[in-house]
Write a protein that binds this ligand. Sequence first.
Ligand code: PFF
Ligand code: NA
Length: 458
Amino acid sequence: MAQDRRGEWGSRLGFILAAAGSAVGLGNVWKFPYITGENGGGLFVIIYLICIAFVGLPIMIGEVMLGRMTKRSPVGAFRKLAGDKTLWQGVGWIGVLAGFVILSYYSVVAGWALEYTVLAAKGEISGGDPATLAGRFDQVAGDGTGAILWHVAFMALTIAIVIGGVQKGVEIAARVLMPMLLLMFIALLVYASQLEGFGEGLSFVFGFHTDKLGAGSVLEALGHSFFTLSVGMGAMLTYGSYLKMDDDIVSASVAISLLDTAVALMACLVLFPITFTYGMEPAAGPSLVFQNIPIAFAQLPGSTIWAVTFFLLLVFAALTSAISLLEVTASYFIDERGWSRSVAVPVTGGVIILLGVPSALTASSEVFGAGMEGAIGKNWFDLFDYVSSNWMLPLCGLGVSMFAAWRLGDEARRVQFEVGSRLGKLAGLYVTWLQVLRWAVPIAIVLIMFHAIGLFEM
Ligand code: PFF
Ligand code: NA
């Protein structure tokens, strides 16, 4: 029976931890601060928060619901509900494809973090002057062979855990690592609040300024709200498929979104005070966290321990997210093609390893880096990141929201929303959620996309 090969969460907390582990990752600690820096902070952060609350969260609820109703991963879920050979299946396909694309470069960044952990343990990034420490990143990212090896090492770790299956691998990893990550950030926040540049950092993140907000910024904020919540590619749908019928989807989704947002804002409130205190560039791009954190630690007693702990936690945060990405690609082959887990996981993982090689080479190669930039304005790494999070996730998310809001029977949908949930039964909440998903979400996504391709000016 197909059902027997599928796992189920060991406890109510299991889903929340694993889904939160999927959400909280490099998106919060690495990507959000650097795109906030590039887009000038302020208004960008506000737009992002609006996208989380009114687009990402409502879609997450719909996605988890679709997973639990069908006990399938994305493609199968749409097939089961909409029938064979419909366009809806294409929505699932975009999701699975996005899983391959995202994990391929995500693992390269995680590989940098892995290498930084080792460098930190050797004491190589916990002392010295800021310029040397900052230059370290160019060495790490610029060494193509090294980047490939660390990318492969990280993928091997991910593959090993996902082969362990839903309960043993995913749930345990998240249960131990999430609380540690939070503690680390609270400690870092205390440290950052003592810095001279804390006030400047604070007003950069929360002040109202629009100076660097470009035409693409709104799309980037929207795309990142999907990326950071792990919605719009079926990861939450897949995790939802391991849920029991009496679990509370609404409260879990709200809790996960709040936690994810808290970590992202904490990361900014740690990184930007450091940036301003040591006269670094807020718009440094992907190198931001790798350059700034070691510089800050170098000033502290026990800097080696701090640096090792930080980068280790970053690796763990990346790992629990990578697990969910690989789970999506693998569960397609498990559910739809009848592959066993021990075949589907290494095979899709292997494809992702190959797909990540050009991203690992970006900083050192003429073909995938500067040469490509000359031709199309983006290197391979940036292109994969841009296409997946700014286009594939919102498109798939659009499909998920349309399906959940318009195609599902109202009876079944309401039961999914309310069952086991005090919050879900709150007067008017169901109807509000439904109307947001029916109207606000699709209109916002379509308008922002049209705007980004230049169909109209705002
Ligand atoms: N949400 C993860 C992060 O913020 O790092 C990235 C991610 C994981 C995106 C899983 C999509 C996904 F399905
Ligand atoms: Na996130």
